[in-house]
Design a protein around this ligand. Structure first.
Ligand SMILES: *Cc1c(COP(=O)(O)O)cnc(C)c1O
Length: 387
């Protein structure tokens, strides 16, 4: 998908982000939820792909909302000139809610303290805050649980009558969306529908009900309601790795991580490699030095298991992952040279993929793409997809 000629960098390692892939993935997700609007979740720097470029690509693909966990991320989107509806939900006491309200940002609300602080900010600004009340349908993370939700609705209605708040949404988040037909999903839908009835019976005029993340957008139409909130699938990674690959879902991974070999050298059989000599060569062989380490987001538990492709051949990290580098055993007689490209992961379904890294290191692809360090430059390709 990415062309070596498009990589105008001599950096030791590079992240290439394909904006056309993000646009395509959002179009694919929209087709999976034709009755709902789509909020692209771009939290955590667009899952490591870049906040503003990812947002623009998602909007080009038909997203009408953008979602972020932290308010600062939503503020950055608005200040970059993005005019779409923005939604943010993870607040701490003392947050400068005026910064969000003055930028016309919708706020998720799980607690009465947040509602009170938002109402105070709205009163000062003399403009009503648009809030989405979050019901805890079973995840026991964010959201108001049980009778706390009824209290939240009652308080929100009081603020609505005062004119400082408008309740535009009820929303929640799923426990096991990556397991299609999980019984907990059906149970969460029941609690969610009850919360919607509670809010409407209290007089809230809801514009959007939203529950689905990527996996539910692709597999659980009953969770689509008015708005779906996919994140990982917009970046082309499967949210259901035990069910279907990205390729099988029609998704194209947007991130390619490459490095350039810093050195290549001959060593004898029996040579211990990297800290602690956790790896030992079995024959005379050629070792390559890859200038990326745990400071760049290579998990240290990728030692001896992290997959790479060098000159099109699948290899595995030899020995321990260091802070700035890893070693790869290129095999006897390797003709690879210093400066040659190493692909850590990318869009090719043959791999390695970010999912292969997740499988090798016992995590999820979300963690692989969000943890690439700031030392690694991001190069954007496919920008024509934004116009
Ligand atoms: C991160 C997040 C999403 C997106 O989840 P994916 O699994 O990446 O699709 C949606 N909603 C909330 C509340 C989230 O925190």
């Amino acid at each position: 998908m990415t062309d070596q000629l498009l990589r105008p960098t001599t950096a030791p390692a590079t992240v290439v982000v394909d904006l056309a892939a993000i646009r395509h993935n959002v179009e694919t997700l929209r087709a999976a939820a034709p009755g709902a609007q789509l909020m692209a979740v771009v939290k955590a720097d667009g899952y490591g792909h870049g906040l503003v470029p990812s947002a623009r690509a998602a909007l080009a693909g038909g997203a009408t909302w953008l979602g972020t966990a932290q308010q600062g991320e939503a503020v950055a989107l608005r200040d970059a000139g993005i005019t779409a509806r923005l939604f943010t939900w993870l607040h701490v006491p003392g947050t400068d809610f005026e910064a969000a309200l003055s930028r016309d940002i919708d706020l998720g609300v799980s607690t009465t303290w947040a509602l009170d602080e938002i109402a105070s900010a709205a009163r000062l600004l003399e403009r009503p805050a648009r809030v989405h009340l979050k019901i805890d349908t079973g995840l026991a993370r964010g959201g108001a649980f049980g009778a706390d939700f009824d209290r939240l609705v009652a308080d929100a209605r009081r603020y609505e009558r005062e004119g400082v708040v408008t309740v535009v949404g009820v929303w929640s988040h799923l426990v096991s969306s990556d397991v299609p037909d999980a019984p907990i999903t059906a149970a969460q839908i029941v609690v969610f529908d009850e919360a919607v009835r509670t809010a409407e019976a209290a007089g809230c005029r809801l514009e959007v009900r939203h529950l689905a993340n990527s996996a539910a957008t692709l597999t659980a139409p009953r969770t689509h309601y008015d708005l779906v909130r996919p994140g990982i699938a917009a970046y082309g990674l499967t949210p259901l790795p035990s069910v279907a690959s990205s390729d099988e879902l029609g998704l194209v991974p947007a991130m390619t991580l490459t490095a350039r070999l810093a050195s290549v050298k001959q060593v004898p059989a029996g040579q211990g490699v990297s800290y602690g000599h956790a790896y030992r060569t079995t024959t005379e062989t050629v070792l390559g030095l890859v200038p990326m380490g745990y400071a760049d987001g290579i998990p240290r538990n990728a030692s001896d298991v992290g997959p790479l492709a060098v000159a099109g051949v699948r290899r595995t990290i030899a020995g321990r992952v260091c802070m700035d580098q890893v070693v790869v055993d290129l095999g006897p007689g390797s003709t690879v040279s210093a400066g040659d490209e190493v692909v850590l992961f990318g869009a090719d379904p043959a791999g390695p993929t970010a999912q292969d890294w997740a499988d090798a290191t016992d995590t999820i692809s979300y963690e692989i793409v969000t943890r690439i360090g700031p030392r690694v430059p991001r190069v954007l390709v496919g920008e024509e997809a934004l116009t």
